[in-house]
Design a protein around this ligand. Structure first.
Ligand SMILES: O=C(O)c1cc(C(=O)O)c2c(n1)C(=O)C(=O)c1cc(C(=O)O)[nH]c1-2
Length: 250
């Protein structure tokens, strides 16, 4: 016989418990937070995370494309505007580019994607492709790592200016903006999730989906650790050139 479903409170508690595996605990993140990261490591992180930033609106558009519920689409569309911007509003992607400039990166180089490591690209693409193929409720609920995001954004706002005085403070606007945006996203995402997963099996599947998303975030940092901490970027045994592909538009 299958186990009884968790109550919504128990289920939410289980979801929040997944925070134990959030990328805030990854050694790369810990190093950035405690002031141990080099300039190259911070720059590497910002340049690679840019690929996540530009992919999020495509992920959200995929969710909307699969969602027949007009009321949900009306709320979900705000996520795309948050990142892409709207008339009179720059949006998160532009804010991230300002962060990139604030850490000393060249805007055109960041936009070119040439610094994006293959491992980061594959992890982010897995997230976008999951959203394309999954039903919209599953894809929507996979955004719930954002439960843990305000804390990580706040921790950067608190720690980075102390540790990295060379970063131009204007770059921090992205993190500040996400504090409220992420809280609003989570409220909507949780509401969909708590309604949709009502059997124990479905709830276990949702927890596996959340683990998949945690894996995406963790794997991105693993790729960055290899390249910028251990000095083992792809092909380092044969060349010091960045010969990896910069995206095939898949
Ligand atoms: O800086 C971070 O650690 C972090 C993590 C996450 C996340 O947990 O997926 C997001 C963001 N930032 C973020 O800025 C963002 O806009 C965002 C959207 C989503 C999503 O899955 O839809 N996650 C995240």
């Amino acid at each position: 016989m299958s186990q009884q479903a968790m109550t919504p409170e128990q289920f939410e508690h289980a979801l929040r418990g997944k925070g134990d595996y959030y990328h805030i605990h990854h050694p790369y993140h810990v190093a950035m937070h405690t002031g141990q990261a080099t300039r190259e490591q911070i720059q590497g992180w910002v340049a690679n995370r840019f690929y996540y930033q530009i992919s999020i609106p495509m992920k959200d558009a995929a969710i909307m494309a699969n969602c027949p519920d007009r009321a949900v689409r009306r709320e979900w569309i705000q996520r795309i505007l948050d990142h892409d911007g709207a008339p009179g509003e720059d949006g998160g992607i532009e804010a991230w580019l300002r962060l990139a400039e604030s850490v000393g990166l060249d805007r055109a180089q960041v936009l070119s994607g040439e610094l994006v490591l293959p491992g980061v690209r594959f992890a982010v693409d897995a997230y976008v492709n999951f959203a394309r193929r999954a039903n919209w409720q599953e894809a929507a609920s996979s955004s719930l790592t954002e439960l843990f995001a305000p804390h990580i954004h706040q921790s950067r706002l608190d720690a980075w200016p102390q540790h990295y005085p060379w970063i131009d403070a204007r770059g921090y606007e992205y993190f500040r903006k996400r504090l409220s945006e992420a809280r609003r996203d989570v409220e909507h995402g949780l509401q969909i999730t708590l309604q949709h997963y009502t059997t124990r099996e479905a709830q276990q599947r949702m927890l596996a989906i959340l683990q998949f998303k945690l894996d995406v975030l963790w794997s991105m940092l693993d790729a960055m650790s290899m390249a910028y901490e251990l000095k083992r970027p792809p092909y380092h045994t044969v060349t010091d050139q960045r010969i990896w592909h910069t995206g095939l538009g898949l």
